[in-house]
Design a protein around this ligand. Structure first.
Ligand code: AMP
Length: 217
């Protein structure tokens, strides 16, 4: 089961990818998470990526494609995966196609989580993460059981991602429209695109995503 989740920032790609990957026991690969870890650990990749991320801009294609290539070569993608946040540009989508062909793999489908701009802004301004384990929460939709304490690992403080601040969110949405939205057409041409309305209850969206994934295989 090899899938790509597409959608604007705040469409719920990360949350839904985590939920379905746990259920299906396949790898959730978020390039955003890989980059945030690299920044946290001060690696070369992190140092190169940090300024782009802080501005809400995209990190150069070569750096990102290198991450995916390394995961493919190390066998981490062999038992099925959901790519969350990659590809983000048409050249990344083309590079992925080449890498998959070379490794005798194929994408089952690219699932677009559809949400309005208004909803995206509402969601991103209410988003909090656990700095310890990466769990995500959304006020008022998906709250931790105890205020400001992570349900998953018990860490006593949830934080906002720096790139969820309002000015950066605006830039991320513009970047999405300009650089990422064109890949929807790319996957439509490949007959791999599936669309899901991602407004509504978290569990219902997960069920809809799982249904599309099972049908696509
Ligand atoms: P995300 O968590 O997917 O919203 O990603 C956070 C940030 O990481 C983005 O705003 C970009 O700066 C960077 N990033 C993540 N994935 C990619 C990608 N595929 N291409 C370029 N930049 C990326």
């Amino acid at each position: 089961m090899n899938f790509i989740f597409l959608g604007p920032p705040g469409s719920g790609k990360g949350t839904q990818a985590k939920r379905v990957c746990e259920q299906l026991d396949i790898l959730h690969l978020s390039t955003g998470d890989v980059l945030r870890d690299a920044v946290k650990n001060g690696t070369d990749l992190g140092k190169q990526a940090q300024k782009f991320m802080e501005a809400g801009d995209l990190v150069p294609d070569e750096l990102i494609v290198g991450i995916i290539e390394e995961k493919l070569q190390s066998g981490q993608l062999d038992n099925g995966f959901v790519l969350d946040g990659f590809p983000r540009t048409v050249p990344q989508a083309e590079a992925l196609k080449k890498m998959m062909d070379k490794n005798d793999k194929r994408i089952d489908s690219a699932i677009l989580l559809d949400v309005s701009d208004e909803e995206v802004i509402k969601r991103l301004s209410g988003r909090f993460t656990c700095p310890n384990c990466g769990a995500m929460y959304n006020y008022p939709y998906n709250m931790p059981k105890k205020e400001n304490v992570c349900d998953k690992c018990g860490h006593p403080e949830l934080v906002r991602r720096p790139d969820d601040e309002e000015a950066v969110v605006k830039n991320r949405l513009e970047v999405y429209q300009k650089q990422t939205a064109p890949i929807v057409g790319f996957y439509r041409n490949e007959s791999l695109l599936r669309e899901i309305s991602a407004e509504g209850a978290l569990e219902e969206i997960t069920d809809a995503v799982l249904k599309v994934m099972k049908e696509a295989r």
